[in-house]
Design a protein around this ligand. Structure first.
Ligand SMILES: [Cu+2]
Length: 364
């Protein structure tokens, strides 16, 4: 309240001063004191303009330095490095253009300030200049768009599912859940009507591929392997955001989406790089999806490939942890006593080792 009063008082004082100045000038004109000469005020105004630019530049630099600690660390995915390069390259071009144009903008009023012995020069147009400042930005823009489209094509060209670790990510108000295909490497079907308090995913247990699916409390992904996220939402639009991997894709109810990427740094490596022993990757929601939106943080762990295999092997199928629930379901294969091979401790982890480990250095 006091702040508003001070502001109002300042504005009032300025208005009164302006009024006094105007009246003083008008009285001067009427008395014939106005000789038409432009005095020192013109020089002062002309000098203030470039000074304003210099102060602005310092503020520009300081605000950048201030924000720097909050920048994300180097991308932890193959495509992330490329998109980051594109971002900073574009930023460099924009900053250069910004500095040059604004330096001229602020310099010209100073240089061409009013002088008694100088007359304005009539300069309507210059075709050569127009051509230069049309063609150069057009060429630069075309280059940026070309490179961007090339990267976008790589991001949106999906590898075959059997080359990837396929993980289902489901958003709901308010949290994430992830489902892994289990040892058969095949995610079981889901259906909306199967969703209830226990079966939050709506896993369809009339599909035998569902029985070995597991639902962990963290999203584990292997370093150096292709990871394919199958994304869906149960209620409203959410958005899968893995900032460190530069992954972002909306989770839309009724319209499954997907995203694939290759993680390049394990959680442990990131802890070493950032010097923060409690560093963790995270999955956040970037769609303002309701009251509990802020709580949609999910822990992400990047394992070394062999640790990932071991972690997967240590997970219990959801149907095993909820055996009573599953066997009581109307269409449950357990109830019908149809053999469900994938529930049983299946032979080995042979399937896991079939997913090719990518040599990260060669992709970069
Ligand atoms: Cu959300």
């Amino acid at each position: 309240m006091t702040g508003y009063l001070i502001l109002a008082a300042s504005v009032l004082i300025l208005l009164v001063l302006l009024l006094v100045f105007v009246v003083y000038r008008l009285v001067g004109v009427m008395r014939g004191a106005n000789t038409g000469k432009i005095g020192l005020s013109n020089k002062i105004n002309a000098a203030i303009i470039p000074l304003f630019f210099v102060v602005g530049l310092v503020a520009f630099y300081l605000s950048y330095q201030q924000a720097k600690p909050y920048f994300l660390p180097e991308a932890s995915s193959v495509h992330g490095l490329k998109t980051d390069f594109m971002f900073w390259f574009t930023m460099a071009i924009l900053t250069f253009a910004f500095l040059v144009t604004n330096a001229l903008l602020f310099w010209f009023p100073f240089k061409y300030q009013y002088k008694e012995d100088r007359k304005a020069y009539y300069y309507p147009d210059n075709h050569k200049l127009e051509l230069i400042w049309t063609i150069i930005p057009a060429v630069v823009m075309t280059g940026l768009v070309y490179y961007g489209l090339k990267q976008w094509n790589i991001i949106t060209t999906f590898p075959a599912e059997n080359e990837c670790e396929v993980i289902e990510v489901m958003g709901k108000q308010f949290g994430w859940q992830v489902r892994y295909p289990g040892k058969d490497n095949q995610l079981g079907r889901y259906k909306f009507k199967a969703i209830d308090l226990t079966n939050e995913f709506g896993i369809d247990f009339t599909d035998s591929a569902s029985y070995d699916d597991f639902i962990p409390r963290e999203l584990h992904i292997p370093k150096g392997k292709k990871v394919l996220l199958r994304i869906r939402s149960r209620d409203v639009i959410h958005s899968v955001f893995l900032p460190h991997f530069r992954v972002k894709m909306d989770a839309v109810p009724g319209m499954p989406t997907k995203f694939w990427f290759i993680p390049t740094k394990s959680t442990q490596e990131m802890r070493d790089i950032t010097g923060n022993p409690s560093f963790n990757y995270e999955l956040a929601c970037t769609e303002v999806c309701g009251r509990g939106h802020y709580a949609m943080r999910y822990l992400v762990v990047v394992d070394e490939p062999e640790d990932f295999v071991a972690w997967k092997a240590s997970q219990n199928p959801w149907s095993l942890d909820n055996a009573d629930y599953v066997s009581a379901l109307p269409g449950s294969l357990v109830k019908k006593s149809i053999p469900v091979p994938s529930v049983l401790p299946v032979d080995s982890l042979a399937k896991d080792s079939e997913v090719e480990v990518i040599d990260i250095a060669s992709v970069n």
